[in-house]
Design a protein around this ligand. Structure first.
Ligand code: CP
Length: 316
């Protein structure tokens, strides 16, 4: 594996499996209430989020602290970025402070990759534009593997705004690499034209797309990206109204009935209830694993920090 985690694309199944196995050990450690504060003692982790986040930023902070790192959450809103400092000058500044692990979220696809060429720290992509969100795909895979015992041979339906979703892209790369069949389901305006190239089946009808699925993943309409990067209809609204969208693509129990009886319901969050998912489905204690995804997020990020820090030690 590279000394950074920039994307899932290009990772080999044994590398993904090894990361999930390590994360599994952190699930057990977290549930026991113990920590491992010696592992990253003396290491500095900086969270650099140019976009909003609840789950990813908090779980990287928790993960770093549970492993003993000094964790800094840089507030971009009150930083010198607001005075016109560029991303690369910001990175060079943090580099001079001897940061070891740099977690970055940015609206531009490729920003973490650019940064990784300029700093000594290990760079972790916490979501870049419409490109990838690798730790989200790892935590989703861990959740599925723990519940269903495997990834190979499963049918996973990813529903909604595929076009603007870095979560969809990372999940497609990971799940197809691990032998799952992936379907994307949504209106034509929200499915990338070249989606078939990624090895997925495309559906525009929920009943057909969810038929016999083992896992149903609902995605948020990414309004903040509509009209911008990667949009098939620049400036236009790809859905007529939230109400109409829910009628055709909102995950409710009627649509979920097409999937396997025990199919898992997933959502990366944040959810827009009544738009892409019905509250009754999201909160169903049997079918929904949305809260478990959040728990797995901490364990996966501990595993990622652990393995990248070990690689740095080897390179000293
Ligand atoms: N799933 C996810 O990335 O959530 P946040 O935007 O809250 O980090």
């Amino acid at each position: 594996m590279s000394r950074h985690l920039l994307q899932i694309e290009g990772l080999h199944p044994p590398q993904i499996e090894a990361m999930l196995d390590l994360a599994e050990s952190y699930v057990l450690l977290n549930r026991s209430g113990k920590t491992q504060r010696d592992l990253l003692r003396g290491r500095t982790l900086i969270n650099l989020f140019f976009e909003d986040s609840t789950r990813t930023r908090t779980s990287f902070e928790l993960a770093g602290k549970r492993l003993g790192a000094d964790v800094i959450n840089m507030s971009v809103a009150s930083s010198s970025v607001n005075k016109g400092e560029t991303l690369l000058d910001t990175a060079a500044t943090l580099n001079a402070m001897m940061c070891d692990l740099l977690v970055i979220r940015h609206s531009q696809s490729g920003a973490p990759h650019l940064l990784s060429q300029k700093v000594d720290a290990a760079v972790i992509n916490a979501g870049d534009g419409t490109h990838e969100h690798p730790t989200q795909a790892l935590l989703d895979a861990l959740t599925i593997r723990r519940r269903l015992g495997r990834l190979e041979g499963l049918t996973v339906a990813i529903c909604g705004d595929i076009l603007h979703s870095r979560v969809a892209r990372s999940n497609i790369h990971l799940l197809t690499a691990m032998g799952s069949r992936v379907r994307v389901v949504g209106p034509p305006t929200l499915i990338p034209a070249d989606c078939g190239r990624l090895g997925v089946e495309v559906f525009h009808d929920m009943a057909k797309g969810l038929a016999d699925a083992d896992v149903v993943m609902a995605l948020r309409l990414q309004k903040e990206r509509m009209g911008g990067e990667g949009n098939a209809r620049p400036g236009g609204n790809p859905v007529p109204s939230a109400r109409e969208y829910f009628r055709f693509y909102g995950l409710d129990f009627d649509k979920l009935a097409s999937a396997k009886p025990g199919a898992l319901v997933m959502h990366p969050g944040p959810m827009n209830r009544g738009v892409e998912i019905d509250s009754a489905v999201a909160d169903d204690p049997v079918r929904s694993v949305i809260k478990e995804q959040v728990e797995m997020g901490v364990a996966v990020r501990m595993a990622v920090l652990d393995s990248l820090a070990r690689m740095q030690r080897r390179n000293v």
